[in-house]
Design a protein around this ligand. Structure first.
Ligand code: AMP
Ligand code: GLY
Length: 429
């Protein structure tokens, strides 16, 4: 099969890497790809992944059998719809389905209508009614821009002043059109857990759980980022919580078919949960794989990802079978100095080969490019150093051993990925 993957981050490198392992993958294109995907696929630099007509023209020219859409922006822009209408198999939901991620108010409406556990909330289209709601609901409280805001649209406000400032920012245009509507919700507590599922024709096939570390610095301090490190499985989740989360994903998938939502979801549905004292509750849905969750989940997948994604894309859930390795996976993100704020690019990276020479280590590229034979930094999150091991502590140690072999000017990373979970659930109390 000829396969095209849209996107160019660590998530897409991991997806491409898993697809390329399949004997069914004949030719792999990545658009735009990155310095790492250049080694496993043909990078297509000039293709705008959010332009459905351009992607369709490329797919037709190259006789692509399956398009896999990595990031949310092309999904929300309806690229899957354009391709599907032309008869091309697509792993990635339609624009209508992608509202589960692209509109927080729609997502909450979907959760409420289907009895899926989530924080209590209100939706506001003007500043004064949002501020009036804050008069009635005390901090801590969470203020969210409705639309896509590159992970920056959520403020967990410790005080009423902070919440009011967040509301004013959103309506003042800080997130553009994404902030013209605001969701304000109850502040939940507990560890977070990401549970991703392949969803097709109303059926959910849950993957293994993962836990991301969203804050920039050790001890969960500093600004929110796209994710600084991750591990899978998640030992602090109880069997009861796991069953509850799987039930939520199954019910969500079932609700995508038939009235009133009628969404024909075909792709990955990401459930972002908080394990609260009263059970797991949804913080959000994403309409795509998580980044960096994918970089620890897919290395543990033993099934052929081409088979799985093609069956999902064609609406054949009866053909989806998932098998997982028992290995533990830990991934440490190496970022550019200053990330998630301003950072410099173009630093020479050394030591990737030495890191990958360690048994069990794979380095997924996120923000890199190759120029004149050298690998250079080209983004905020630069590399994801993933290690597989027989134990959580062993995988963690190996990931850090590999991360130490890699160097570039300004290398910034957390030294405590997985450390809290190793201490056990009581570390959250
Ligand atoms: P989201 O983009 O909705 O996942 O929010 C980003 C982050 O904000 C989450 O990963 C949580 O750490 C935090 N967050 C979101 N919603 C809530 C909530 N209702 N209570 C507490 N923390 C939240
Ligand atoms: N790691 C969080 C996300 O992909 O949204």
């Amino acid at each position: 099969m000829n396969i095209l993957v849209l996107g160019g981050g660590g998530r897409e490198h991991a997806i491409g890497w898993a697809l390329a392992k399949s004997p069914k993958c004949e030719k792999l294109y990545m658009a735009p790809g990155n310095g790492g995907t250049a080694g496993i696929a043909e990078n297509v630099a000039g293709l705008n992944a959010e332009d459905g007509a351009a992607v369709l023209a490329f797919a037709q020219e190259k006789a692509i059998d399956l398009v896999v859409i990595g990031p949310e922006a092309p999904l929300v822009a309806g690229v899957a719809d354009v391709l599907r209408a032309a008869g091309i198999a697509v792993f990635g939901p339609s624009a209508s389905c992608a509202r589960l991620e692209g509109s927080k108010s729609f997502s909450k409406e979907f959760m409420l209508a289907n009895g899926l556990p989530t924080a209590d909330y209100g939706v506001f289209d003007d500043e004064s009614s949002a501020l009036a709601y804050l008069d009635e609901h005390a901090a801590p409280i969470v203020v969210k821009a409705d639309g896509l805001a590159a992970g920056k649209g959520v403020v967990v406000a410790a005080t009423n002043e902070e919440a009011r400032a967040a509301v004013k920012d959103a309506f003042g245009g800080a997130f553009g059109a994404a902030g013209a509507r605001v969701v304000i919700e109850e502040c939940l507590t507990g560890p977070e857990c990401s549970l991703l599922a392949f969803v097709s024709n109303g059926k959910a096939f849950c993957m293994e759980p993962a836990q991301d570390h969203k804050r920039a610095y050790d001890g969960d301090l500093g600004p929110n980022t796209g994710g600084m490190g991750v591990y899978s499985p998640v030992p602090i989740v109880t069997d009861e919580e796991m069953a509850a989360m799987k039930d939520v994903m199954a019910r969500a998938a079932a609700a995508t078919v038939g009235e009133p939502f009628d969404m024909d979801y075909r792709g990955c549905l990401y459930g972002g949960f908080m394990l609260t004292p009263t059970g797991p509750k949804l913080l959000e849905f994403n309409a795509r794989f998580g980044d960096p969750e994918t970089q620890v989940v897919l290395p543990r997948l033993q099934s052929d990802l081409v088979d799985v994604m093609y069956a999902v894309a064609e609406g054949r859930p009866e053909d989806v079978e998932l098998a997982w390795s028992d290995a533990w996976a830990v991934s440490v993100v190496l970022a550019s100095q200053g990330y998630p704020k301003a950072y410099e690019k173009g630093k020479v990276i050394t030591g990737i080969d030495a890191a990958e020479a360690l048994d069990g280590v794979t380095v997924f590229h996120a923000g890199t490019k190759v120029a004149d034979g050298a690998v250079l930094t080209s983004g905020g999150r630069v590399l994801n150093v993933t290690a597989l091991g027989d134990s959580f502590a062993g995988a963690r140690e190996l990931a850090y051993q590999a991360a130490a072999l890699i160097d570039f000017d300004g290398k910034q990373f957390r030294t405590d990925i997985g450390a809290k979970a190793l201490r056990g659930r009581s570390a959250w109390e």
